[in-house]
Design a protein around this ligand. Structure first.
Ligand SMILES: Nc1ncnc2c1ncn2[C@@H]1O[C@H](COP(=O)(O)OP(=O)(O)OP(=O)(O)O)[C@@H](O)[C@H]1O
Ligand SMILES: [Mg+2]
Length: 281
């Protein structure tokens, strides 16, 4: 397979400095393959939200570029949707579930029956088919985040960017939403790029994880996650390799590119899953 076509998204030496002088991201290079689930983890304030907003052209890069399907992105592309952490701010309180899910579709100028099919399918896919006429304030937090996800799915994006999408819900709901995201990816073939500070979540969901340094951020490691799919909250998370991967990433968080490697246990052979960066083991 042609590797450039295989890569749906390429982020090349991206930097973003805000107008007040803050350099949030310094030099980020990463790629996402078609159909892949990629996570970006980094400490709080590492520039994760800035990175996602710059990738989808809500912010203009200060240096570097982003290409989608080989084309440089200069305005928000219709093939991309962004799901935010804060569903309370991203949903319209005066619109029902159906109204919220259909809102972005107005840009697509579709025939009414086709539009209805997309909306119904998306609402069913997130398990809210009994609540189409409810308003956001009549739903739990987890249900509201499902509405935000349904709205993104109805748009049929090629790639979904998710910024800490499960950070505002309780642990059980979080696990449900993680599995829902995996099912949606399977059902609709959507490529996923997730930003999270939850290392376990990143390992559980992803095919690859990029680890960011503290700000101004760059990539300190790229880690392959060769855990079997379909994943299962209990079985996957108790797999010895899961623990090895999450511990290894945990040790990389907070490091910078130039930091010397300080072995905390006698240095073993380099872990096979480390694609880029240095092991902190
Ligand atoms: N609009 C803005 N103007 C100026 N500086 C900003 C702006 N937005 C973010 N920053 C700064 O950029 C840096 C990165 O912020 P960002 O929100 O991207 O980090 P983050 O990794 O998403 O953080 P968190 O983990 O808390 O969500 C921070 O120092 C922040 O103060
Ligand atoms: Mg953020």
């Amino acid at each position: 397979m042609n590797t450039t076509v295989d890569r749906i998204l390429e982020v090349d030496r991206l930097a973003k400095r805000y107008s007040n002088g803050t350099l949030a991201i310094e030099d980020i290079t990463l790629d996402v393959k078609r159909g892949e689930f990629v996570a970006i983890v980094g400490p709080s304030g590492a520039g994760k939200t800035t990175l996602l907003k710059t990738i989808c052209a809500l912010l203009t890069p200060s240096a570097g570029q982003v290409t989608l399907d080989g084309k440089v992105i200069s305005s928000p592309p219709p093939e991309m949707v962004l799901v935010f952490q804060d569903y309370a701010r991203s949903l319209f309180p005066w619109l029902t579930v159906t109204g919220n899910v259909s809102f972005p579709l107005r840009k697509k100028h579709l025939p009414a029956d086709e539009k209805k099919k997309l909306i119904d399918e998306a609402i069913r896919a997130v398990g809210l088919d009994k609540f189409p006429a409810h308003y956001p304030w009549q739903l739990s937090g987890g249900m509201q985040q499902r509405v935000a996800i349904a709205r993104a799915v109805a748009f049929r994006p090629e790639i979904m960017l998710l910024d800490e999408p499960f950070a505002s819900v309780d642990a059980l709901t979080r696990a449900d939403l993680e599995d829902l995201t995996l099912r949606l990816r399977q059902e609709f073939g959507i490529t996923m790029l997730l930003v999270t500070h939850d290392i376990d979540e990143a390992v559980y969901l992803s095919d690859r994880v990029f680890v960011l340094s503290p700000p101004p951020s760059h990539v300190v490691a790229e880690v392959a996650i060769p855990l079997a799919r379909p994943r299962n909250q209990e079985a996957t998370r108790s797999d010895a390799r899961f623990l090895e991967l999450r511990n290894s990433i945990h040790r990389m968080i907070g490091r910078r590119r130039d930091d010397p490697v300080v072995p905390v246990v006698p240095m073993a052979a380099e872990p096979a899953f480390l694609i880029r960066g240095e092991s902190a083991i």
